[in-house]
Design a binder for this molecule. Structure first.
Ligand code: 9MR
Length: 467
């Protein structure tokens, strides 16, 4: 059946190879790749995670994929994507036999364009279940048929495109008993084994998971999950993994997280952090954001420390896109990027835990400028042409220098002001933007025929060299 534990090595980009850090399928869990003078550290979550042999994912909101800021972060930073909503039953089979794969297909296309794994979420769940299933009053044989048709049709459609499926989601109550979903009440305990067998028949190569929340700690609910998966394995039911959603609260990362994951990996199952976020009472202050950073790092390190923890997925990119404020009024700031898509301390914490470093430890690009200062003089006047080459891109510039004699009577390609011997030239509207390595020029005429040598010229406050 080939359902064995292994570390996924997805999302290894060409960039990682160019950097030459230890790509290390051999990297040991918990040992960050070390940077040396010759090697740069990964500067994105996905490169850093690849160097550790795990994937890093995000839930993707289909409606935001057209936002280029959002989609750039999704593609640059993550090696795995989970459909936040579009692969759920109500989206994919809103009425019986009417399958709508458009949203899921968009995600698959996005993932394939960006060398990403797709995590399928979710096949059998009590929520976001259309009323024709939830309240349909079906007999056991009808509902069994409906459930199996749904699993088979969806998995057939995505066969080869979706690496992991949450086959069953949120099957437990907090006390570890079964949640009384329509599947549980109509089909009984056996519906989970049946769903996994059907899923295995539909796509024998996809990894098949059961996923839940509040099972991160060793508690009654995770005991229920543990007993279930132990029993499924004993019955030979094809199951590969357990997803720990990890919708956490600041300062409440469970101390038993690692040992709890390990009791599942000791059964031979993969474990995955599938929906990580850490919510804070709003407004979040900077001390809380620092602790949140440490806690994202701690969860990431916990996964790295557990052989068989194959990935960490965060539930959304920015705080503004998160489900949290809608469901927990007064709480939020649960993600790695803020409302303006700026990385938060939590981003740096997670990247660092993965052995990466913002900027990758790359040397700062060289800064500087060089000047050519060409003078044409006659007895009572001079024309000076200044040309400056900049090593960094400019979005507006200001050039300062001294003029030992004379008054500027005319100038071009800059706004020029003179105060005694001090001259300031600022960009004109048409030459404010200069690419790195590019140059710009301006000129002026004076009423002095004195000999002008090239002065010290500064660009945006830093002195240039003379070309
Ligand atoms: O993030 C999802 C949100 O957009 C939906 O409105 C919500 C509906 O239940 O589901 C959210 O995602 C959930 C996930 O599918 C399962 N685990 C809990 C997640 C947060 O509610």
């Amino acid at each position: 059946m080939g359902r064995t534990v292994r570390r996924a090595a997805v999302g290894l980009t060409a960039g990682a190879l160019v950097l030459g850090f230890p790509v290390a399928v051999s990297a040991q869990a918990g040992e960050p790749a070390e940077a040396t003078a010759e090697t740069l550290q990964a500067s994105t979550l996905r490169d850093a995670a690849a160097s550790q042999g795990i994937f890093v994912g995000t839930a993707v909101n289909d409606g935001l994929l057209s936002n280029s800021t959002y989609s750039s972060i999704a593609s640059d930073e993550f090696s795995s994507v989970t459909a936040e909503n579009v692969m759920k039953w109500e989206s994919i089979q809103p009425s019986q036999g009417n399958f709508n794969f458009a949203g899921g297909d968009r995600l698959v296309n996005f993932a394939q364009a960006n060398d990403q794994q797709v995590w399928g979420h979710t096949l059998v769940w009590h929520s976001q279940l259309p009323s024709w299933v939830r309240d349909g009053g079906m007999s056991a044989s009808q509902l069994r048929q409906v459930m199996n048709t749904h699993i088979t049709t969806v998995m057939d459609h995505y066969e080869g495109d979706v690496a992991y499926w949450d086959v069953v989601n949120e099957a437990f109550n907090e006390d570890g008993t079964r949640r009384p979903s329509v599947f549980q009440t109509t089909l009984g305990d056996g519906y989970i084994a049946e769903a996994f067998r059907t899923a295995d028949a539909a796509d024998p190569n996809a990894k098949l998971c059961i996923n839940d929340y509040n099972i991160e700690a060793d508690n009654a609910k995770s005991d229920g999950m543990f007993n279930l998966v132990s029993s499924l394995l004993n019955q030979g039911v094809p199951i590969d993994c357990v997803g720990f959603q990890s919708h956490l609260i600041l300062d409440q990362v469970p101390s038993t997280f690692r040992s709890n994951l390990e009791r599942f990996t000791n059964l031979g199952l993969e474990v995955v952090i599938t929906e990580l976020d850490i919510r804070v009472s709003m407004p979040a202050d900077s001390a809380e954001l620092q602790r949140q950073s440490q806690q994202f790092a701690s969860v990431t390190s916990t996964c790295l420390a557990v052989e068989g923890c194959v990935g960490v997925t965060v539930w959304g990119i920015s705080d503004r896109d998160s489900w949290v404020p809608d469901v927990f009024p007064g709480e939020g700031a649960a993600c790695l990027w803020d409302d303006n898509y700026q990385p938060k301390p939590a981003y740096t914490g997670m990247l660092t835990a993965l052995g990466g470093e913002p900027g990758g430890g790359e040397p700062e690009p060289p800064t500087g400028c060089s000047v050519s200062y060409v003078v044409n003089r006659w007895n009572t006047g001079s024309v000076v042409e200044v040309r400056i080459t900049t090593s960094t891109a400019l979005n507006g510039w200001s050039v300062n220098f001294t003029l030992p004699a004379g008054t500027i009577t005319n100038h071009w390609n800059a706004q020029i002001t003179q105060s005694g011997t001090t001259v300031r030239a600022a960009n004109a509207a048409h030459n404010a933007n200069v690419a790195a390595g590019g140059s710009f020029g301006f000129g002026f005429q004076t009423n002095s025929g004195a000999t002008y040598t090239t002065p010290t010229i500064s660009l945006n406050g830093a002195n240039c060299t003379t070309a």
